[in-house]
Design a protein around this ligand. Structure first.
Ligand SMILES: Nc1ncnc2c1ncn2[C@@H]1O[C@H](COP(=O)(O)OP(=O)(O)OP(=O)(O)O)[C@@H](O)[C@H]1O
Ligand SMILES: [Mg+2]
Length: 287
């Protein structure tokens, strides 16, 4: 059977105009979150083709939510972002919020997690309540810190309480925006968490093609060294954030040398620095 023709992924509609968040009167809420006006644009993000399609589908549903509701259908609104550090989970949440024209409420785990009995669950509930009252993107970063498996015998009863109430809140969340949870420790999540999400989106280390696209982005406003695209193989296995830093360091080095053209040695130096950093990290936190 012939597969249906897919929309070309370049046919993206402009971002929706941004609406702002009405802050609730409850002063304690203000300390539990950071409200971000999303600024990063889609041009700053490199996504796999599969993830682009997923996000386009989600945007399409969001724009057509009223129509779907009239047919008794719910839009997907609860997303779980997984994958290694530095591969775009947080950046994508911001770009997605900007595309939706919604404010981004970033839950502050340091303030939410409390040593007082029962207070963590209360704090999470407050954040969910405000997020459900108005259109926004609620972003729960480092989600594993809240949704750690209850099966782990070493864990405290308080954690069970937190996970139970989190499961209930996610189930009941019927906001007009999105709930996005992100983790790079997906194996630590409680098994009951997974099916609460409408979609799980995996952010992986960049492929060669994605590395090339990232390099093109990073050298949009600065002349690249002649061998740049021959060096993609050396960057394989690194995260987007690592490569981003390599480019930035190489550019800084060139500027400090008062030069307008980057030499291959400047880029090599930045790669060596990244490898050195990786080694140090491995020594300090063996996995
Ligand atoms: N897919 C990407 N496209 C372009 N730049 C990226 C991408 N992923 C990461 N970066 C760069 O790396 C930085 C850090 O990425 P980000 O914070 O989104 O990673 P993360 O997946 O949330 O990591 P963590 O699991 O540690 O929270 C971004 O601000 C951006 O500069
Ligand atoms: Mg992150």
């Amino acid at each position: 059977m012939k597969s249906p023709r897919r929309k070309p992924i370049t046919a993206i509609e402009p971002a929706l105009p941004l609406i702002s968040l009405r802050m609730p009167k409850d002063a304690s809420f203000v300390n539990l979150v950071e409200v971000v006006v999303p600024k990063c644009s889609r041009d700053e993000l490199v996504l796999s083709t599969e993830n682009v399609r997923t996000f386009l589908g989600l945007l399409e549903e969001f724009r057509g939510a009223d129509l779907l509701r009239r047919h008794g259908l719910q839009t997907r609104s609860k997303l779980l972002f997984c994958g290694p550090p530095g591969c775009g989970k947080t950046l994508t949440a911001e770009v997605f919020a900007r595309e939706l024209g919604l404010p981004l409420i970033v839950a502050r785990l340091d303030a939410i997690i409390s040593s007082f009995l029962g207070e963590t669950a209360t704090n999470i509930r407050k954040v969910f309540e405000v997020a459900a009252e108005q259109p926004c993107v609620l972003f729960l970063d480092e989600f594993d810190a809240l949704a750690r498996t209850r099966a782990d015998g070493s864990e405290h009863n308080e954690l069970r309480r937190v996970v139970n109430s989190l499961l209930m809140l996610i189930d009941r969340f019927k906001g007009t925006g999105f709930l996005i949870a992100a983790t790079n420790l997906e194996e630590a999540l409680d098994t009951a968490i997974w099916r609460r999400f409408d979609d799980v989106i995996v952010f992986e280390l960049p492929t060669k093609r994605e590395i090339r696209r990232l390099l093109a982005l990073k050298f949009k406003n600065f002349p690249a060294p002649s061998s740049l695209y021959d060096r993609v193989g050396e960057l394989e296995g690194m995260s987007f954030a690592d490569i981003d830093r390599i480019c930035e360091n190489a550019i800084k080095r060139t500027i400090l040398k008062r030069s307008k053209t980057m030499m291959d040695v400047d880029f090599s130096f930045a790669i060596r620095e990244a490898l050195r950093r990786k080694e140090v990290r491995k020594k300090l936190q063996p996995r």
